[in-house]
Design a protein around this ligand. Structure first.
Ligand SMILES: Nc1ncnc2c1ncn2[C@@H]1O[C@H](COP(=O)(O)OP(=O)(O)OP(=O)(O)O)[C@@H](O)[C@H]1O
Ligand SMILES: [Mg+2]
Length: 337
């Protein structure tokens, strides 16, 4: 079976100096929801831009739906759908007009346009607001309209670049419900970048974590969590020294001890059983404790494990905004209002 997305040795350096994406390789199976996770500036938008034939890479190969992205960008654009974090809906057009415009731009056959638009409007629960200007829509409605625009031409592969940033939890859940339904019905492949690790955990069958342009881990959410090797108990102590570390390592059930950001991270298959023993050990050593926390494996822990840093959910960078606005205008072949 041909991969829905196949990437080999892909690199992108901006202005000869900024290595935004550095020799990444991965593949996505047809019908899969694949998550691309990473902090600000990791290279997510750059990767999406390259894979959607909007930005030339510095090196490497990529195919989407079996088509070479760099040899046949026009065909790629026909086969993919794209939803950005930046709003792409035209505020001064109604929801229906936005969809009609997209249908024309993407060459949806005339005879299919009306039924397709009607069914999408209903699906996305914006039917009642179809003839209102998009600028009167709530954030969640706009996102659903943009999702409808992104899939008007029934793309084989849907790229979503932080589609839910800024939406409340309810809006996020609603958005994903539609994406998952589409995925099930049409076997559409979904490539999504997100800052929300919990979201990626529940939506994506497989993930890649990208940091500073490098892929640091790939696998299903549960595989990645398993690689952490159990629960993590983090303790902050009044002092850190080698004798504490040695004592922690010797405790029953402990599989690893590391020091990160001035705290001890102690791994054990059963963290809850370890906590009282850890506290007792610190008392015996005469070490003060300022905090103790127990975490079941989560993607936050996976990120910390593979990058040595806490995951941050920051806003969108200025560069990113500028790049996106350029892409949006390009993708829609018109200037934004
Ligand atoms: N057009 C550009 N010119 C120069 N540098 C750029 C350009 N676009 C992005 N960069 C840089 O490339 C790196 C990767 O940026 P990219 O936008 O791909 O990251 P991202 O993972 O999408 O981040 P965010 O989470 O903020 O959206 C960053 O260091 C960024 O500043
Ligand atoms: Mg980005």
């Amino acid at each position: 079976m041909t991969d829905a997305i196949h990437v080999e040795g892909l690199s992108k350096t901006y202005n000869g100096t900024v290595r935004a994406v550095d020799n990444i390789s991965f593949s996505v199976t047809p019908g899969e929801a694949f998550g691309f996770l990473g902090p600000n500036g990791a290279g997510k938008t750059t990767t999406v831009s390259v894979l959607t034939a909007q930005l030339a890479p510095t090196a490497g190969h990529a195919t989407v739906d079996g088509i070479d992205v760099f040899r046949d960008p026009a065909e790629i654009k026909r086969r993919i759908g794209l939803v950005f974090q930046e709003s792409t809906a035209d505020s001064d057009l109604t929801g229906r007009e936005n969809l009609e415009l997209a249908a024309a731009l993407f060459g949806v056959p005339r005879r299919d346009v009306k039924t397709r638009i009607d069914s999408l409007l209903e699906r996305m629960q914006i039917g009642d607001a179809a003839d209102r200007l998009a600028k009167t829509y709530s954030g969640g409605m706009r996102r659903r309209l943009e999702l409808a625009v992104g899939i008007i031409h029934s793309p084989r592969v849907l790229f979503l670049d932080e589609p839910t940033l800024g939406l409340d939890p309810q809006g996020r859940a609603g958005f994903w419900r539609y994406v998952q339904e589409l995925q099930k019905e049409n076997g559409m492949t979904v490539f999504v970048t997100t800052h929300y690790l919990d979201e990626a955990d529940s939506i994506c069958e497989r993930l890649a974590i990208i940091d500073h342009g490098h892929i640091v881990a790939t696998g299903s959410p549960s595989e990645l969590k398993d690689r952490i090797g159990g629960d993590v108990v983090t303790i902050r102590t009044s002092r850190t020294d080698a004798s504490i570390e040695t004592a922690l390592r010797a405790l029953p059930g402990v599989t690893a001890v590391s020091v990160q950001d001035g705290a001890y991270r102690v791994k054990a298959p059963k963290g809850d059983a370890l906590v009282p023993v850890l506290v007792q050990t610190c008392v015996q050593l005469g070490v003060g404790l300022s905090s103790v926390s127990l975490k079941r494996p989560s993607l936050d822990e996976v990120f910390l494990e593979f990058t040595g840093r806490e995951y941050r959910e920051d806003g969108v960078t200025a560069t990113d905004r500028a790049v996106r606005i350029g892409q949006v205008s390009q993708a829609f072949g018109r200037s934004r209002r």
